[in-house]
Design a protein around this ligand. Sequence first.
Ligand SMILES: [Zn+2]
Length: 93
Amino acid sequence: MEQICRTCMTNSVALVDIFTDQREPSLAAMLCECVASIKINLNDELPQKMCLSCICDIQTAFAFKRRLKYQRRTHMYCWALSIIYKRSKKHAK
Ligand SMILES: [Zn+2]
């Protein structure tokens, strides 16, 4: 039976329940952390499942956010970005 993905609203037969999936952290937790403006409740009226494409996207976004959040050497990060930017501008010429 086809159901609708909570985040992209497309029909799919391969959906995963965001509350009962065994991932750690859960899909619901990743959604809350990556999209702070969206409140997720177990018994809300929205679909309770996500499609595999959206799961892949939220995992990538979550990993990226965690990587930035726990960056211990922020000043080194900014310095590296400035070097990359300068190099890209040099190559663009
Ligand atoms: Zn989706």
